[in-house]
Design a protein around this ligand. Sequence first.
Ligand code: SF4
Length: 329
Amino acid sequence: MDHNRPENPPLVAANGVSKVFPVRPGLYASGRRYIHAVDRVSLSVSAGEIVGLVGESGCGKTTLGRLLLRLETPTGGSIFFDGVDITRLRGRRLRGIRRGMQIIFQDPASSLNPRFTVRETLVEAILAHRRRPSNRDLNARLAALLQMVGISIATLDRYPREFSGGERQRVAIARALAVDPRFIVADEPISSLDLAHQAQIVALLEQLRKELDVSFLLISHDLDVVQRLCTRVAVMYLGRIFEIAPAKRLFDHPRHPYTQALMAATLSPDPDSQKRPLILPGDPPSPQDPPKGCTFHPRCPHAEAQCSALEPPLRKAAPNHFTKCYFDV
Ligand code: SF4
């Protein structure tokens, strides 16, 4: 059962999705080992929603985003897009579904082809999924895309190296919008930018959310940005969802000890001050050998005996608010 569905029918839904990667044995180790990058996760994104996905590095956020886009094939569970089961789709049918989905990467410098001008980048994206329009329609489309992301039409024939980091990310966002997607995974879209450009890209995403009928999964370390942009937020730890709730409720009343620790470690009382890195006390356990019971118990200040014996369920703590902890701490 999906505990995390908002009230509107989902556009994208993962139902009990898992992804296991085999790991090469070390020099002295024998036998195959596996990493459970994503472990029985259920998560949905409805039309017009921006769902935030937060957690420490290596917790499985990016893998979950790639699974929702079917850039990875799950090893368990199922994925639906607009009511269609896309879990095992391949070839032309998968390419057809992908027209409605896009990804924005962390580093626009490496995601844009340095040999392509802005015009070539956008035309390639437009033509990848539709027949060539007339030159007039194509030029109108290019102008509309650049206007949407706040880049001058005069820059159409420039190369990525001629832009700042923030402008490159705007071009990458224009490329994602070129196919009129219904769902975008934005994977740390501001973390490679300086503070001034971060603020501009956040303002742009906020504007797009209001103006376009696009749903987003926003993967981010930056809880200030997630709080500002997202309608709901899911918190991940070692491949599992630990808490999910509407954004305001989660930030006003975080229930899970891990969410509370994340917020204490990173949320800044002064939004203009330098961001603090997301580092919690204690080392995260190895995903190859996660602790038994609640996987957070070695780091949890509220752990009791039962926490190391049995895994707690993701339980309803309040309307639309779910937490994977035995207690109301
Ligand atoms: S189940 Fe126990 S160890 Fe896990 S978060 Fe809750 S109190 Fe902490």
